[in-house]
Design a protein around this ligand. Structure first.
Ligand code: HEM
Length: 450
């Protein structure tokens, strides 16, 4: 407020909007209602760009594709990633998404390289095995309902471990899993570091994770790794100019960062895909038909899926895209202005948070006709530029998007060919965990076809 009073009155104006109560801003309002309604009503009232105050920080919300592109792509150097310190402590300060500039470029090359199409295509049989195991385990209760989201988290954890380590000894994997799940539970809790709190448990789990990863790293440093996975890329990295290598902490923070970025997002997306396929029988029949043709051409599932087959599932692919649009797993992202920036005559002051709201863009009727209707056929034609951004845009856009799409497609292939499932819990409603998830994690019964 003091800074605003110092600004000349005839300069560019701040965007419209309400800053709410002193200190609390509009945080309580955001948490007391569905975020889609919170952002949607303000979008209607104030237009494409508006201000608010959340968690004690003044924020500018962007709801149009051009403004989101300005911040994430064309003027990305004037905005830096911005996360609360409590989150940085849990993941580790060297993780890729906390950085901009040279360090980010360096890490980005390594992460992107290990998740490139060339690397991902070799993962098909491994992902297939994990998908079948997960589905069998969903059925192991003999028809008892499982929490679909929790089961999908186990699946996406295994796939993330594959893309990071390749094959990892099961002893290490179990220890990583236990501690990572404790860390995950504390990530969205109130960050109070007192005995008995989830945040304290998460911090302790983080410390143990660091120790396990250091053990793995020192063991692998001794062998010269030639495999194409993230750990090998991080271990083999050396700066061409000064010969510097990455420290154990830099490696550990980035491994935990990628695990974190990969697991809940993909599990949430997959849970939504399963829900939509369940809710729309015509859609389920069309997917079944497409997947059955592939299954039969593989001798009734006796031969493994090939990479080429996973790239030729046009209907299922459109269903996945429409699910990503409808559910908009990453509703928005955060940046912070590193200097005063003027966009279309509106001032974004230095230090203010800037939030491109992907969900509002994905549900705007100007870009997606009848946006609340689940309609995969809208993906038969290309979308208007920058209007469909489930994996973000620009230098920080998701390097794991190909793995995510592949694991969803492989899972659906096996689900519809060999299993039946029935949702037994609430049919509607959304919970934020922090990503949107169907109510109660979509309780469902899974049964194997005889
Ligand atoms: C459906 C699943 C997924 C969705 C919707 C998703 C979405 C996103 C989005 C929107 C961003 C950009 C955030 C920003 O600009 O601030 C991002 C970044 C990132 N994602 Fe994903 N993601 C998914 C799966 C994955 C997977 C499977 C991996 C790894 C195997 C992964 C690794 C990352 C990493 C490392 C970043 C940070 C990149 C950087 O800062 O340069 N994601 N993701």
């Amino acid at each position: 407020w003091r800074n605003q009073m110092k600004r000349p009155h005839n300069g560019p104006k701040l965007p419209p909007g309400s800053m709410g109560w002193p200190f609390f801003g509009e945080t309580l309002k955001l948490y007391s209602q569905n975020p889609s309604i919170f952002f949607g009503t303000r979008h209607q009232r104030y237009g494409d760009i508006f201000k608010t105050n959340i968690h004690g920080s003044p924020c500018v919300m962007l709801t149009c594709p051009e403004a989101a592109r300005f911040v994430l792509v064309t003027e990305a150097h004037r905005f830096k990633p911005s996360y609360p310190q409590s989150k940085e402590r849990l993941i580790g300060p060297w993780a890729i998404f906390f950085h901009g500039g040279e360090f980010h470029t360096r890490m980005r090359k390594l992460v992107q390289g290990s998740l490139s199409l060339d690397a991902v295509r070799t993962m098909v049989p491994l992902i297939e095995a994990v998908a079948v195991n997960t589905l069998e385990s969903c059925c192991s209760g003999g028809g008892l309902a499982v929490n679909t989201f929790h089961e999908m988290k186990k699946f996406t954890f295994e796939v993330a471990v594959l893309s990071i380590f390749g094959k990892l000894e099961s002893g290490y994997k179990d220890k990583l899993k236990d501690n990572f799940f404790t860390l995950d539970r504390g990530y969205n809790c109130f960050p109070i570091n007192l005995p008995g709190t989830a945040y304290r448990r998460a911090l302790l789990a983080r410390r143990r994770l660091g120790k396990i990863l250091r053990e793995i790293v020192s063991e692998k440093r001794e062998k010269r790794l030639t495999e194409k996975n993230l750990l090998s890329s991080l271990l083999n990295y050396h700066d061409h100019q000064d010969g510097q290598i990455l420290t154990d902490d830099q490696i550990a923070d980035n491994i935990i960062g990628v695990l974190f970025a990969a697991q809940d997002t993909t599990a949430s997306a997959l849970t939504w895909v399963i829900k939509y396929i369940h809710d729309y029988p015509l859609l389920r029949d069309a997917i079944r038909e497409e997947q059955k043709t592939i299954y039969e051409s593989n001798d009734g599932g006796n031969r493994p899926l090939t990479w080429a087959q996973t790239r030729n599932m046009p209907y299922t692919y459109k269903v996945v895209m429409e699910s990503l649009r409808m559910a908009s797993i990453i509703s928005y992202t955060y940046r912070e202005a590193v200097e005063d920036v003027i966009y279309n005559g509106v001032l974004i002051p230095k230090g203010w948070k800037v939030l491109p709201l992907f969900r509002i863009i994905h549900h705007n009727p100007n870009f997606f006709i009848d946006p609340e209707k689940f309609n995969p056929s809208r993906f038969e034609v290309a979308q208007k530029p920058n209007t469909f951004v489930p994996f973000g845009n620009g230098v920080h856009s998701c390097p794991g998007n190909e793995v995510a799409k592949l694991e969803i497609l492989v899972f659906i292939h096996h689900l519809v060919n060999k299993f039946r499932w029935e949702v037994v819990g609430p049919k509607n409603g959304v919970e934020y965990d922090p990503f949107p998830v169907p109510k109660k994690g979509l309780p469902a019964k899974f049964l194997k076809d005889s």
